[in-house]
Design a binder for this molecule. Structure first.
Ligand SMILES: Nc1ncnc2c1ncn2[C@@H]1O[C@H](COP(=O)(O)OP(=O)(O)OP(=O)(O)O)[C@@H](O)[C@H]1O
Length: 275
């Protein structure tokens, strides 16, 4: 991990507006993510994790959200002052996102191959033919351990299992070699074995490509497997942050302790690395 800050969030405030009533999600949220680390943002449902991710990507609905206030600096650039066009480039090339629900993120009427080829050509630095892009798509699928890429590119999203779809989403996210990957509950909908394989894959790809990861989850088991550092969010407030081992062995805040107490103890007894 380096000393260089890749993402700096300073005093970020987001509020939703409905029928002239403004409800804040958080106000004055601040945290940094350093180059090369995996930071897990953890908290119960409704605490503001997804809103944080969407604010970074500037994907919050503009009709119902008060314009986010504060600063979001990515690689030194202030994202909140970027035009939509500049953001499109950042989203495509430098920050990628993987969601929980791959089925709704993929287009149901196009094959995996067509969707990957279009995306790869869109973000390619030089002009690529469809054939060249298809070759790259198959390479990316191999990198996420999909062995029969020749068949998968011809399939539609609904024909793949949940785990396979999530691998495809990860392959698509990697296609532009992003510096930051935001993974929002990417394994929540998967069964335990598939979840564990996908988490392992994300860890391997991070090492291979030197990515920085913001990993959003409500599941402390996943945090334990993934995090270098942990941010604990409660009702829009960052109540505690620390290294993974600090959070798991010396939690300070009552809310963090409650979260840990709600985990099945057997989980941690099975982990051999726990100090
Ligand atoms: N489009 C929206 N309009 C109005 N309020 C919203 C909208 N999106 C989110 N919120 C509110 O913002 C708060 C934070 O939601 P968020 O989705 O970030 O929670 P979360 O921590 O990601 O929870 P979950 O794990 O359930 O997704 C919630 O109170 C939610 O109701």
């Amino acid at each position: 991990m380096s000393e260089e800050k890749l993402l700096e969030i300073k005093d970020l405030s987001v509020a939703f507006r409905k029928n002239q009533v403004t409800t804040p999600v958080f106000s004055g949220l601040s945290f940094d993510i350093y180059q090369g680390e995996t930071v897990c943002l953890v908290g119960e449902s409704g605490s503001g994790k997804s809103v944080t991710a969407k604010a970074i990507m500037r994907l919050l609905p503009t009709d119902s959200v008060s314009y986010p206030e504060g600063e979001i600096r990515f690689n030194g650039q202030d994202l909140l002052s970027h035009s939509e066009r500049e953001m499109e480039q950042i989203r495509g090339d430098q920050i990628a996102m993987v969601f929980q629900d791959a089925l709704s993120a993929l287009n149901p009427v196009y094959t995996i191959g067509t969707q990957m080829v279009d995306l790869i050509r869109l973000h390619a630095k030089e002009k690529l033919s469809r054939r060249q892009a298809l070759a790259q798509a198959k390479k990316l699928l191999a990198q996420v351990d999909i062995r029969h890429a020749d068949e998968v590119v011809k399939q539609y999203p609904f024909q793949l299992s949940g785990g396979m779809r999530q691998r495809v989403m990860i392959a698509m996210a990697l296609s532009s070699r992003p510096r930051l990957l935001i993974a929002d509950e990417p394994t929540t909908a998967l069964d335990v074995t598939v979840q564990s394989n996908i988490l392992k894959l994300i860890r391997q790809l991070k090492e291979q490509f030197g990515m920085t990861i913001l990993f959003i989850t409500h599941d402390l088991g996943v945090v334990y497997e993934m995090a270098d550092r942990v941010l604990v969010l409660r009702q829009g407030e960052l109540v505690e942050s620390g290294t993974r081992d600090e959070i798991f062995t010396r939690p300070r805040h009552t809310y963090t302790k409650q979260l840990l107490n709600s985990m099945p103890r057997i989980y941690f007894q099975e982990q051999t690395e726990l100090p």
